[in-house]
Design a protein around this ligand. Structure first.
Ligand code: UT7
Length: 329
């Protein structure tokens, strides 16, 4: 019997309508379009005015199921990567299942910040490879605007809101997720963190007054770790799978900073035209970036294409997934 692999057989996304440009942000914090564009590559981002992460996830999932003609009752498992769940509990996966009518599915949330989607993709793949599940949804969603301090120019210019989802199904043609290298180093937790709201610092008047429920980032330190580790892990997975740069059809990098993306592409010898970049439109949507790239490029992807997904984020967490695209659209 041929080996079962987990293939992505569909992708969709959701972006809120409201566009916030660099010029808009320059009206509320001391920044400029030139600074943001030259340091990050971002021109604008989407912000969700009303609603929660589950609403974006629900829209993306409903559209994917409609596109594929799949009954919500056929979905068996939903994994939601997010750092902005609707609530600490119940899980956003539970809420999305309810809103979409996926009443036969079980689900859970997974926290790995900007690496959330690749962690969830690898996790979901294992349920397919084990033969126990045939239809698994992996959602990456973040409403970053709910935890961003719009008085802090060092973070508010970077992040945006958005959701993406992929469907995983069994494949016997050796397509789909081929390999993954996932890493974490909790000693990096101090450099990118939402300090309050969890069990270490439950909400008090003081935590709110100190603005400790917002994301705090030591940008320069995170940049140094991100630029090295994202590039190294991408090169490592290529070497491990005997992939030369010309074998890679698409690099799918986490969209945190154009300079980090460029460094990763350069380290892997992958030319710019094979690198998915949409950071200029959406900013950093945390767990949303990778599925949103796949959605934006879906029509250009061909069956058998070699894709390298790479990410780095809070934790620290980072990693790379090598997958073979499974369909022509
Ligand atoms: O996805 C999760 C992982 N996160 C990342 O990968 C983010 C990694 N870090 C970065 O992308 C970059 O460090 C940032 C984009 C966050 C910052 O860029 P940078 O080139 O590292 O700038 P910096 O933090 O060294 O700041 C340089 C200067 C500072 O002023 P002084 O001290 O030199 O006077 C900042 O105060 O730029 C100032 N600055 C700004 N100026 C205008 C910081 N933010 C802004 C701003 N507008 N928005």
């Amino acid at each position: 019997m041929s080996k079962i692999t987990a293939a992505i057989t569909g992708v969709h996304g959701y972006l809120p309508e409201t566009v916030v440009t660099n010029h808009d942000l320059a009206k509320i914090v001391d920044t400029t379009d030139e600074w943001i564009l030259s340091r990050t590559g971002i021109s604008e981002r989407r912000i969700m005015k009303n609603g929660a992460s589950s609403d974006m996830g629900t829209e993306a999932v409903k559209a994917l199921l409609a596109k594929k003609g799949i009954d919500p009752l056929d979905i068996e498992l939903v994994i939601v990567a997010t750092v902005t769940p609707d609530h600490p509990f119940p899980s956003t996966a539970n809420i999305i299942c309810d809103k979409v009518g996926m009443t036969n599915a079980w689900g859970f949330d997974l926290i790995a910040a900007c690496s959330g989607f690749i962690y969830a993709l690898q996790t979901g793949s294992k349920f397919i490879e084990a033969g126990t599940h045939k239809k698994v949804l992996v959602v990456g969603v973040d409403k970053m605007s709910s935890i961003i301090d719009y008085e802090d120019r060092t973070t508010c210019v970077i992040f945006g809101d958005g959701a993406g989802v992929v469907l995983l199904e069994p494949n016997t043609e050796n397509l789909g997720v081929m390999d993954a290298i996932l890493r974490s180093d909790g000693s990096g937790r101090h450099y990118l963190i939402q300090p309050a709201g969890g069990s270490a610092n439950p909400a008090t008047l003081e935590t709110v007054q100190n603005r400790d429920h917002f994301v705090k980032q030591e940008g320069k330190t995170v940049y140094k770790f991100a630029v090295t580790n994202m590039a190294e892990v991408s090169a490592e997975i290529m070497e491990k799978n005997n992939l030369k740069s010309e074998d890679i059809n698409w690099l799918v990098p986490h969209q945190a900073n154009l300079r980090i993306i460029d460094a990763t592409a350069e380290r892997c010898g992958i030319p710019k035209e094979k690198v998915m970049i949409n950071i200029q439109k959406y900013g950093n949507t945390t767990a949303g970036t990778l599925p949103l790239c796949l959605w934006d490029w879906e029509k250009q992807l061909k069956k058998g294409d070699n894709l390298l997904l790479s990410a780095f984020g809070g934790g620290f967490t980072w990693g790379s997934v090598y997958l073979k695209w499974a369909y022509n659209s």
